[in-house]
Design a protein around this ligand. Structure first.
Ligand code: ADP
Length: 263
């Protein structure tokens, strides 16, 4: 499933937050979007998932304009995990994950074996099977995040968009979420994820897109774009990129603002 944009502009109150972005997100890719706060990452995800109407340009899902496809039909192919989840949702993990089946179910239709299978798979994949009967409010931050991921997975999407899914997680849970995304991607899912942690992007992502001021500043294989110059241009701070001695993967780090000084 291919997701692309053609000169896509998205704005709030007449001001462009994403400006004339043209992108091709190919089937089966694992892509990170990085950039400073306010650079338009969340807005781009909203546009890609049909939550925000473009002021100019198009979003195409397998060549069809996403505005011309019903939201139910989009939801059967594409799932989005927003940065913030509604608070105070007093339901169990199982109930939450079942909501992901709505786009596949007819009105008043009873759950089918395919629905049960999808929910079981989602609970298993996100590693929340053992806490399926727990209310969301009783879970740790990491468990709750995995429950929301399971909700998105129950849609059985071909494309998964995630907005900073690891931001509030400890290192162990960050790595678990990234490993899950890698696994889903290996099974053929196209995954686009906004990440703040450049080291995580370097370790887990094949392609990295850098945004600044609503525009694409760089886009390419992580080894090619996670270099000091492109990163400095996007983040506006001096950067150092080390090479992981085990994997050879790039490990970007901000430099100390006072040259050659240590902590
Ligand atoms: P990022 O995800 O990279 O932090 P956003 O997409 O959230 O960036 O924001 C891009 C720009 O759009 C910013 O200037 C932000 O202030 C503005 N913006 C985001 N959401 C809204 C909104 N709901 N109303 C008005 N302006 C917004």
């Amino acid at each position: 499933m291919r997701l692309s944009t053609e000169r896509l502009s998205l704005s709030y109150n007449g001001r462009d937050a994403v400006h004339e972005v043209t992108l091709d997100l190919e089937s089966g890719e694992l892509i990170a979007i990085v950039g400073p706060n306010g650079s338009g990452k969340t807005t781009l995800l909203r546009g890609l998932s049909r939550l925000l109407r473009p002021v100019a340009g198009h979003v195409l899902l397998d060549g069809d304009d996403i505005r011309a496809i019903s939201s139910r039909s989009v939801a059967r192919r594409l799932a989005v995990l927003p940065q913030e989840h509604p608070e105070g949702v007093d339901i169990t993990v199982n109930e939450l994950v079942w909501r992901g089946r709505a786009p596949h179910q007819g009105i008043l239709q009873r759950a089918t074996p395919a629905d049960h299978e999808a929910v079981d798979w989602a609970l298993e994949a996100a590693d929340v099977h053992h806490i399926a009967s727990r209310p969301l409010g009783s879970l740790s931050g990491g468990e709750r995040q995995r429950a929301w991921i399971a909700l998105a997975l129950a849609q059985q999407p071909r494309v998964l968009l995630l907005d900073e899914p690891t931001s509030f997680l400890d290192v162990q849970h960050q790595v678990e979420v990234m490993a899950l995304l890698t696994r889903l991607n290996a099974e053929g899912m196209t995954i686009i994820v906004v990440v703040h942690d450049l080291a995580l992007a370097g370790r887990f992502m094949q392609r990295v897109i850098g945004m600044r001021d609503g525009r694409i500043a760089f886009d390419g294989p992580s080894r090619e774009v996670l270099r000091p110059e492109p990163l400095e241009e996007v983040f506006g701070v001096p950067m150092l990129v080390l090479e992981d001695p085990e994997s050879g993967l790039p490990v970007p780090l901000p430099r100390h603002p006072e040259a050659d000084a240590g902590p």
